[in-house]
Ligand binder design. Structure first.
Ligand code: PLP
Length: 430
């Protein structure tokens, strides 16, 4: 494995600059930043963006195939988002949920009209949206069905967030181990396994939380027959079926909600990542049957659903919920999938092999297998060389290169990105 590849994308100088007292090298990397080590000890310092491109503090340019982990659907430097946010900040920034505002109500009305929902709880992050959904599932089971129905079902390779409740339904050991013991009353079923699912579920459950595409867990897509089984057993036992669409929702897969694509009929949908154009906002969409059981004070948040984030989110919603926009994303997704199929074929044998293209729409993955050496080291190297070639990609699970560009990306930009990724792979295997 070679380690010191110098790309033409990078500035040749090795001089360090010292921004805010932190040394930053010519590749725009801050070493030992004063941030927790969970983020690593080397971080790329980004400065600005326009469209699907980003620049670091050293002036190196990147095409963004990651969107800040599937957040920046509209790309960077969107004037309309800046204008809406600035206008709202001048009027009122925060009220708390003791009061509400017109932008909050406007967005809530738009969201509940997107399905069989009566209300929306706003939060600030994906994990909070899921915490809320899990709490509502338990509350519903207790108030409607009585004690003894509190178990929550999750699936292998799921990712639902880092707070203790959402982490409790995230089975991957590496995320959980330092914090165990977590919440009791959680069971795990193999994803997409209809028979195992039918065996496990009974009246002791309050709810099921599931992703349609496992965004962090390797980009496996839900099979329609699995979606059918989830719908049926939810009905049979009066469970709350929660679709975690934090990563897949709002057009990422070419559908407003990925649930639609596979026939999943959730009671609750959780949203976050792209919802407020990069500002922190999440939503937990709930049906009448849950809302009817809620009492004043059951749940709440100080910041969630403030007027600035919801004003921006209305703009994002109007854009991504348009049928023409969604059709375009589906077409772009097909194009990207085809381009990645070609890359997969090109690298289907050798020291590192691409074995499968996964995902849906503009949430795609290339599955990597290695002949020898540490898979984690190889994955790190692929992402690092890609960066040096001027393309930012993500990882999903242990062995999947994840690609989630801004939804506004053009075909030419996708071609450019895939070519950069291909070049990076060539360097890594050479
Ligand atoms: N759920 C899914 C499916 C996610 O992909 C993520 C984040 O990657 C989360 C929940 C947690 O979201 P957040 O990091 O905003 O808390």
């Amino acid at each position: 494995m070679k380690s010191n590849h110098q790309s033409p994308n990078m500035k040749q100088s090795h001089a360090s600059i010292d921004a805010v007292g932190i040394p930053i090298d010519a590749e725009g990397i801050a070493h030992e930043p004063p941030l927790p080590k969970q983020y690593g000890t080397e971080l790329l310092v980004l400065k600005e963006g326009k469209g699907v491109y980003l620049w670091d503090v050293q002036g190196n340019k990147y095409l963004d195939f990651g969107s800040g982990i599937a957040v920046n659907a509209m790309g960077y430097g969107v004037e309309e988002i800046a204008r809406i946010a600035a206008d709202q900040i001048r009027k009122i920034v925060h009220t708390s949920n003791l009061y509400t505002t017109e932008p909050t109500l406007t967005l809530a009305r738009k969201l509940i009209a997107s399905g069989p929902f009566q209300a929306v709880h706003f939060g600030n992050s994906g994990t909070e949206a899921n915490e809320t959904a899990l709490k509502y599932a338990r509350l519903y089971a207790k108030r409607k069905r009585g004690e003894g129905h509190h178990t929550l079902l999750t699936f292998t390779h799921a990712f639902h967030g880092r707070t203790l409740g959402a982490l409790s339904v995230t089975p991957t050991e590496a995320y959980r181990e330092p914090f165990e013991p977590l919440l009791p009353g959680v069971e795990v079923c193999p994803y997409n396994d209809v028979e195992a699912f039918k065996k496990i579920v009974n009246e002791r459950f309050a709810g099921i939380i599931v992703e349609v595409v496992q965004g962090e867990g390797g980009l496996e897509v839900m099979r329609p027959e699995f979606a059918r089984a989830l719908n049926e057993l939810r009905d049979a036992y009066d469970l709350i079926l929660i679709a975690d669409e934090v990563q897949t929702g709002l057009g990422r897969t070419g559908y407003l909600y990925a649930s639609e694509a596979v026939g999943l009929k959730p009671d609750i949908i959780t949203l976050a990542k792209p919802l407020a154009g990069g500002l922190p906002l999440s939503a937990t969409l709930i049906p009448e049957k849950i809302n009817a059981l809620l009492r004043v004070g059951d749940h709440g948040t100080t910041f969630g659903g403030g007027p600035v984030t919801t004003a921006v989110a209305s703009y994002l919603w109007d854009t991504v919920s348009s049928p023409d926009f969604l059709k375009e994303v589906r077409e772009k997704g097909k194009f990207l999938g085809g381009a990645l199929d070609a890359v997969q074929k090109e690298f289907s044998s050798g020291a590192i092999r691409l074995t499968r293209v996964r995902g849906m729409g503009l949430l795609r993955g290339l599955e990597v297998e290695v002949e020898k050496g540490d898979l984690g080291d190889w994955m790190k190297r692929i992402l690092q060389v890609a960066r040096k070639e001027g393309i930012l990609v993500l990882r999903s699970g242990k062995n999947v290169i994840r690609i989630a560009p801004p939804l506004v990306i053009s075909r030419t930009e996708m071609e450019e990105g895939v070519e950069k990724l291909r070049r990076a792979l060539k360097i890594v295997v050479s």
